[in-house]
Design a protein around this ligand. Structure first.
Ligand SMILES: Cc1cc2nc3c(=O)[nH]c(=O)nc-3n(C[C@H](O)[C@H](O)[C@H](O)COP(=O)(O)OP(=O)(O)OC[C@H]3O[C@@H](n4cnc5c(N)ncnc54)[C@H](O)[C@@H]3O)c2cc1C
Length: 1003
């Protein structure tokens, strides 16, 4: 169904074009020199006479967020207050304070409190890993208590009160002191992961609106009263574009209930702006709500939303909202912010390999955009009430200048109907606004967070970043070394190039990054859905003829015959073939994704990541082959040359699994081919069509037909027959440990040369979580690692180890997040957990689940029954608690998670995990950096991930593969992989054989 947001331009457009357009709209409309002149006295006054909360700014000036000390402060502020047990609190404090140097702090309040705590810590805190004695413990508790107080101070700066009643009281006294002030209360909490959290946040918004309404005057414009700000991500656990239909049905009524309450009291209710990936969805929700406003409360003029100027399409977003307001004939409030998620937006684009960034990459481009947006907003003041949220003195002065052109200041005068207002965050920009508000015609609304510390953290970190970032105005204002000219320099200029590489150029000159798609953008996912429809229309997954056992030997003979010419092809040419194949694969991304959805039942997001991985393998191995296969000149005595050369070994058998039918298949084949080998590729029985498509692409790119042959058939027959052929020069296998052992035995027993086996197998992968970890982050990481891809990844999380003190909270949140997942057919965009690969896999996992139901505690007993007709072989996520690590007997290759509790330090658990004998992936969730390092060092595991999920290794970034029962190494996508495919030769030439040592004489 078309959405009104379909007409919005792409967020990924060239930055310079956009900024040039924005600058053009400001030409003649804004005199920056005059704005700077207006702002300069404010800055001077603030620097001369800092506001009471200045401690924060000066602390962060002294310890910028980029320094070890700033980072330590941020870590402590983020984590310390949620740690329930003293031992871990001591360990965290020792770890963070120990790595920083706070000596010589000049600040009198917060800094000195921290300094004394830190000075104490040097003497009192135990070394990491040591058990503190009684005296040390007593001292450590004192340090922790002092640090806690410092951290609470940090938090308190940004929170108006713990409850709405306390917040209203503070607001009332602030209002009494300055009549130009209004408040917008923000009930802390965002990013609900569970339905229970969403309900809790909804209740707190409801209570807050009732409390604000009770204190507000019955009459009057919403601009004259305190209001509320809400975050949609707090109100639904799956507020994502992929869940559009469900969000419209479930979230809209919730928000409407809040709107009704605000409308009845004629208050301002603003929907905060969050991540760009939720933008279209938020506008659709807003649109639906506006329609209800028109129908039920047409007189309400307090409904509004925040829009972020750092978005490249910010102006079009405002135009979109203006158009909606005009279409429905309502007045809307619009808070213009610059945006608080800049670093996260940049990271997301790079991770997903998107075509560009949805946000500007120069700070002053954001400022230009802000002013251009302000113009559009002010010009639409017949339907829009503009709310300018900024702490930047230059921006404020420029806004006042722009506003004066549209709205005469007389019209803004109190108590008549206001035309616009300024806004700031509680705890920020107080000094500047103290000066700005000396003009009695200006009004300011303070965004005032209210709530308990447990809900503050995400907000607090954004504020610390904002105060601590060098680019930020408030940070520069506090830094007297930044002169007035620099502070108020004109942003009205265009930078022709970005300081950040585009995601495609992430690897610099080495290789192009594979390109992904933003599935949250309708236009970007459309090609996938079209490709799927075309595939189904053409009859579905194409048939691939089966090979017979008898085909194996002749195929190997052909591969052996093809080896010579291919091996003698210069490595640069073989690399060029791979690069051509990579480009072709990138171009066919939608078709390949569609085929994987249909044949391997993978979800859309997984398929896009998989095509990217295959493309990365091709490019990475192309480069790496040129690197490792370049002849090495070796040192030696004069009169002799010594060279080491690498070449292919012969015909390789590549046996790949169904869970990564493209990426692992292509990775194995590409590595073998580029090093000069020929290949007999045996894909998983379940996914031959994807493999054939890859082979076709490689042939079309220039791989000779006999150098790469596809043999589709069962492993026990065709696979075994291939492995048994004596001329086979090597085997690369990804699959179960059990089959790897069978292959190893077969290779050892057969006649012929001794050949290498590269085996990548599974694992009982664990995640260790201590009480410093953030439950929301843990829930995300666990759900993604254990349940996404229906748990059918060898890297998937199987065993979650939770510190006893936080185990119940963590289990509750993981369970709630798992229950919010959508289990269903792979082709549906909303599906998170698709079907298992086939009936056999399903039955096998069901057997394990039945066993666990008898032996362990079922943590999700109310899970509905599994497969449905619409989605056969689907299994709901399952969680069981076991008593000890040793109770986990086998890798269950599905969405089944086992949980175990531990007491004390997690290091003891690491020993138990190592004892399982597997060693593929490990997750660690802790804010104690030294603990993470120590655990990683103790882990006999190939890939360790700290404070994130533990799946989705990126080629060349996280080389992938394990040890012990999990594989032989070397790691795929790493710098040592290709070597195993090569034979080595040294060539020694006596250069004096012809009579004398010319080189020596001519030195
Ligand atoms: C009342 C109020 C409500 C708010 N509500 C929201 C909200 O709903 N959603 C939201 O996201 N934010 C919100 N914010 C936060 C707001 O985005 C930040 O406080 C704001 O960006 C700070 O802007 P400034 O003009 O005070 O500071 P400045 O220092 O002038 O500007 C900081 C801005 O520049 C951006 N920036 C920094 N480096 C670069 C770069 N290299 N390239 C491009 N841009 C860069 C930052 O991301 C930030 O947006 C709100 C703020 C206020 C005051």
């Amino acid at each position: 169904m078309p959405r009104s947001t379909d007409r919005l331009p792409s967020p990924y457009r060239p930055e310079s074009d956009t900024v040039a357009q924005r600058l053009a709209t400001l030409q003649g409309a804004l005199d920056w020199a005059a704005a700077a002149q207006m702002a300069a006295p404010w800055v001077q006054a603030v620097r001369r006479n800092p506001p009471p909360f200045w401690a924060m700014e000066s602390l962060l000036k002294e310890y910028p967020i980029s320094s070890a000390e700033g980072l330590a402060l941020m870590r402590l502020a983020e984590a310390l207050l949620r740690v329930p047990d003293t031992a871990t609190a001591i360990a965290l404090t020792a770890d963070q304070l120990g790595r920083a140097n706070f000596d010589g702090s000049e600040d009198s309040t917060l800094a000195s409190l921290s300094s004394s705590a830190i000075a104490l810590s040097k003497h009192l805190l135990p070394e990491q890993g040591q058990t503190p004695g009684l005296l040390t413990q007593l001292g450590a508790r004192t340090v922790v208590a002092a640090t806690l107080r410092a951290v609470q101070l940090l938090g308190r700066q940004f929170v108006l009160g713990q409850t709405i009643e306390a917040g209203l009281k503070e607001a009332a006294s602030a209002h009494k002191a300055n009549k130009q002030l209004r408040f917008s209360f923000d009930m802390l909490g965002e990013g609900a992961r569970t339905e229970a959290d969403a309900q809790r946040y909804l209740d707190s918004y409801q209570d807050a609106i009732a409390a604000i309404a009770a204190k507000a005057p019955a009459q009057g414009h919403p601009a004259d009263k305190d209001g509320i700000s809400i975050k949609l991500s707090a109100l639904h656990p799956r507020y994502e574009d992929a869940q559009h239909a469900r969000v419209m049905v479930e979230l809209v009524p919730r928000v409407w209930a809040l709107c009704e309450a605000a409308a009845q009291a004629n208050l301002n209710l603003t929907i905060d702006a969050e991540e760009v990936e939720r933008l279209e969805l938020s506008l659709d929700v807003f649109d639906a709500l506006l329609q209800q406003v028109v129908q039920h409360h047409p007189q309400w003029v307090g409904f509004g939303l925040a829009l972020q100027a750092y978005q490249t399409r910010a102006v079009e977003l405002i135009e979109h909202v203006v158009a909606l307001a005009r279409r429905y004939g309502v007045r809307v409030m619009c808070r213009l912010v610059k945006g608080a998620y800049w670093d996260a937006e940049i990271k997301r684009s790079q991770e997903l390999g998107l075509v560009g960034y949805p946000v500007f990459t120069h700070k002053h481009h954001t400022d230009v955009s802000y002013l251009a947006c302000a113009r559009v907003l002010l010009d639409a003041n017949d339907v829009m009430f503009a709310q300018f949220a900024t702490h930047n003195a230059g921006t404020i002065a420029a806004i006042l200048q722009l506003a004066a052109r549209v709205v005469s200041t007389a019209e803004t005068a109190l108590p008549g109907a206001p035309q616009f207002e300024l806004q700031r965050l509680h705890g920020m920009g107080e000094g500047v606004y103290r000066e700005v508000l000396k003009n009695p015609l200006v009004r300011c609304r303070v965004y005032a967070p209210v709530g308990a510390h447990r809900d503050l953290l995400a907000y607090l970190v954004r504020r610390l970043l904002e105060n601590g970032a060098n680019s930020s105005f408030v940070h520069q204002l506090a830094d007297e070394s930044v002169g007035m000219d620099a502070l108020l320099t004109s942003p009205l200029r265009l930078e022709p190039s970005s300081p950040l590489p585009l995601p495609v150029n992430l690897y610099g000159d080495q290789r192009a990054n594979s390109q992904g798609l933003d599935l949250a953008v309708v236009a970007q996912r459309a090609p996938l859905l079209q490709a799927y429809a075309a595939l189904i229309q053409s009859g579905g997954v194409p048939h691939v003829p089966l090979a017979q056992e008898a085909d194996a030997a002749p195929a190997v003979q052909r591969a052996v015959a093809a080896f010579g010419p291919w091996n003698h092809t210069p490595v640069a040419e073989r690399a060029a073939v791979l690069r051509r194949a990579a480009n072709a694969m990138q171009a066919r991304l939608p078709q390949l994704c569609a085929l994987m959805v249909a044949e391997a039942h993978k979800t859309w997001g997984d398929t896009v990541a998989e095509v990217r991985e295959a493309v990365d393998f091709l490019r990475f191995y192309a480069n790496d082959a040129e690197r490792v296969m370049a002849p090495h000149t070796l040192p030696g005595p004069t009169g002799e040359s010594n060279t080491l050369r690498l070449e292919g070994r012969g015909a390789w058998v590549c046996i790949s699994p169904w869970n990564f039918p493209l990426a692992i298949f292509v990775g194995q084949v590409a590595a073998a081919l580029v090093t000069g080998n020929t290949v007999l590729a045996k894909p998983a029985e379940q996914t031959p069509a994807v493999a054939r498509e890859a082979v076709n692409l490689l042939h079309a790119a220039g791989v000779p037909a006999d150098a790469l042959q596809l043999l589709h058939g069962p492993g026990e027959t065709v696979g075994a027959a291939l492995v048994a052929v004596p001329q086979v020069a090597g085997v690369v296998f990804t699959g179960s440990t059990q089959v790897a052992k069978i292959i190893q035995l077969a290779l050892a027993q057969k006649d012929g040369p001794m050949v290498p086996l590269i085996a990548e197998t599974g694992g009982i992968n664990a995640m260790l979580v201590d009480s410093t970890a953030l439950p929301e982050q843990v829930a995300d990481a666990v759900v993604q690692s254990a349940f996404r891809s229906a748990g059918q990844r060898c890297s998937a999380l199987r065993l979650l180890c939770l510190q006893d003190e936080v185990a119940d909270t963590m289990i509750e949140m993981v369970r709630g997040a798992a229950q919010a997942l959508v289990v269903g057919p792979a082709a549906e965009l909303a599906t998170d957990v698709g079907p298992l690969i086939d009936r056999e896999a399903y039955d096998n996992i069901e057997r394990h689940v039945q066993g666990l139901k008898n032996e362990a505690t079922n943590l999700m007993p109310n899970t509905p029954p599994t497969a449905t007709d619409a989605a056969p072989h689907t299994l709901q996520p399952q969680m069981f608690e076991v008593q000890s690590v040793a109770d986990v007997k086998a890798e269950i290759f599905g969405p089944v998670l086992q949980v175990v509790r531990y007491k004390g330090e997690p290091m003891g658990m690491m020993e138990h995990i190592n004892r399982l004998g597997y060693g593929l992936t490990l997750g660690i969730q802790t804010r104690i950096d030294s603990r993470a390092q120590a655990l990683a060092a103790a882990a006999r595991v190939g890939n360790v991930y700290v404070n994130r999920n533990m799946i989705g290794a990126v080629v060349g970034v996280q080389p992938f593969g394990g040890e012990g029962l999990s594989g032989s190494g070397p790691k795929a996508g790493g710098p040592h992989y290709l070597l195993r495919f090569c034979a080595e030769q040294t060539l020694t030439i006596n250069t004096t054989a012809a009579g004398g040592n010319v080189a020596l004489f001519s030195q």
